[in-house]
Design a protein around this ligand. Structure first.
Ligand code: NAP
Length: 483
């Protein structure tokens, strides 16, 4: 029997009124239920917002160093439960156990990082034109914050939103992805064990429409931080426009890796493979376009195909696995449809792109990593986010054409260049229309102390992680004091 989790509301684990639950399945063995969760609706969203509203004043008044203390305790608890949390992550999301451990380690590091950020919550003394006047600013909470998260980083993303939100004195209602809510439930357990006061952090599971939509529509929600698809992000933005609240949206990408004539080719190939295929390409920062100069194009493609064909595809629980299963049947279908679209558009499929069969492959959703060549920049396969293990190679004449192709896209999340020339690298960093730019490293990969976020239609303009996240979750109040 799999464990049934309640919603976490007001410090208690509670069942939803309808008593309905839904299952979280293991993508490597799709018949295996990881755990069950409440199939909630409007009554549970209301209770969670009631609890968060009730806890807001006391939490906001608590001194910031005291709030930070809870994160220190949470980090200790999560460190102790690291292997359990990593196993749970791999079982619900599929990614390789090494990557899952890395994600939990990042969560622990986020807790320690934000525990140390309370001094950044100070305001400033401002000189006044008026004699005897004291003029200063305070950083105050925004209020009750709604957090809506996707399935691909089910542990790290809820943490990187929740921690700065709480540190700033807000209270939170989290709605995790229905495809991978287990990691969020473990996070709730960790916060509860750390002694976080009741109502400060609440989690409600259930569908996007039944929970997510109801949550963002409640007028008591004063800020929304959403990570997910562009379609849902835009719908949320439209829905709440009249309320003029803060809406932080982090959405998709179609991230380019430019490979120049002077690149270290083996390294460029490895960076492309890691960026495109690790975690089955289920990363908003995954490499989906390799833009390669003509002189080295054929050599690059040959090496890329050889390396891709040699990748070990399997259950993420096997430490030797390099490419894990796809999250579910729907995503598998979408990826296979894009493979057909690419072929019809005239791109050349050089390897992979088929559903794997036989042995363990029959138990899950496995797609062989695919390399397309001969992509032209305006094809759908070169413009639309596939979110699977597929990379397309686009041949270009030189750096200028590479930049035009890289930027000719509605998204702008991450971009990388492989070159040994410093001038080219710096010019790329300046001209790239992406929010995250790499030189000689994969498009995927981030450090939690640095700002994270995209440009163009990958974002609504805010940044997550690092110190800058505190700007989203707090507001500045200006105080004039005359004697
Ligand atoms: P999604 O389908 O947009 O879902 C994201 C979240 O929104 C889920 O919790 C979902 O709930 C919820 N939701 C769905 N419909 C909603 C509605 N009408 N109102 C409110 N909430 C709603 O995205 P996904 O498939 O989980 O994640 C993949 C996408 O996330 C990709 O596009 C990827 O690029 C993007 N992503 C971006 C970043 C970044 O930082 N830029 C990071 C990771 C992923 P249900 O699960 O219940 O449907």
């Amino acid at each position: 029997m799999s464990k049934v989790y309640g919603n976490f509301i007001g410090g208690e684990w509670v069942a939803c009124q309808s008593k309905k639950t839904f299952a979280d399945y293991n993508p490597a063995h799709t018949k295996e239920i990881v755990a069950e969760f409440q199939d909630s609706g409007a009554p549970e969203v209301k209770s969670a917002i009631d609890a968060a509203s009730g806890a807001l004043d006391a939490w906001g008044r608590m001194q910031a160093p005291k709030r930070a203390d809870f994160f220190r305790k949470a980090a200790e608890i999560l460190r102790r439960r690291r292997d359990e949390a990593a196993d749970a992550l791999t079982r619900e999301e599929g990614k390789n156990i090494g990557e899952a451990r890395g994600e939990i380690d990042r969560g622990i590091a986020l807790m320690s990082f934000y525990a140390g950020q309370w001094p950044a919550l100070g305001g400033e003394m401002v000189p006044s034109f008026n004699e005897g006047r004291m003029l200063y600013t305070l950083r105050v909470p925004v209020g009750v914050v709604a957090l809506i998260t996707p399935w691909n980083f089910p542990a790290a993303i809820p943490m990187w939103k929740t921690l700065p939100a709480l540190l700033c004195g807000n209270t939170v209602v989290l709605k995790p992805s229905s495809l991978a809510p287990h990691s969020s439930a473990l996070f709730a357990e960790v916060l509860a064990e750390a002694g976080l006061p009741a109502g400060v952090f609440n989690m409600v599971t259930g569908g996007g429409r039944e929970v997510g939509d109801v949550l963002v529509s409640d007028p008591r929600i004063r800020a929304i931080s959403f990570t997910g698809s562009r379609e849902v992000g835009k719908a949320i933005m439209r829905k709440v426009a009249d309320r003029l609240i803060r809406v932080g949206l982090e959405m998709g990408g179609k991230n380019p890796m430019i490979v120049m004539d002077d690149a270290n080719l083996d390294r460029a190939v490895e960076d492309t493979v890691v960026g495109a295929f690790w975690a089955a390409g289920h990363k908003c920062t995954a490499t989906s376009r390799a833009i390669v100069t003509e002189k080295i194009h054929d050599q690059f493609v040959e090496k890329l195909v050889t390396r891709t064909k040699a990748l070990r595809i399997g259950d993420g629980m096997d430490p030797k696995t390099e490419v894990c299963p796809v999250i579910d049947e729907n995503q598998t279908k979408k990826i296979l449809e894009y493979i057909e679209i690419g072929k019809k558009e005239g791109a050349k499929l050089l390897c992979g792109g088929e559903r794997l069969k036989g042995g363990i492959y029959d138990e899950g959703c496995y797609v062989a990593p695919a390399v397309f060549a001969g992509l032209s920049p305006d094809m759908r396969t070169a413009q639309e986010e596939i979110f699977g293990p597929v990379v397309g190679v686009i041949k270009v004449k030189d750096f200028d054409e590479a930049m035009r192709v890289a930027n000719n896209i509605e998204f702008g999340l991450s971009a990388s260049i492989s070159t040994r020339d410093l001038k080219t690298a710096l010019e790329f960093a300046r001209r790239s229309e992406a929010g995250i730019v790499h030189v000689n490293s994969p498009t995927a990969g981030l450090e939690l102390q640095a700002p994270f976020g995209g440009c163009k239609e990958s974002t609504s303009g805010y940044r997550e992680m690092g110190k800058v996240a505190l700007d989203f979750y707090s507001q500045i109040k200006t105080v004039y004091v005359d004697a």
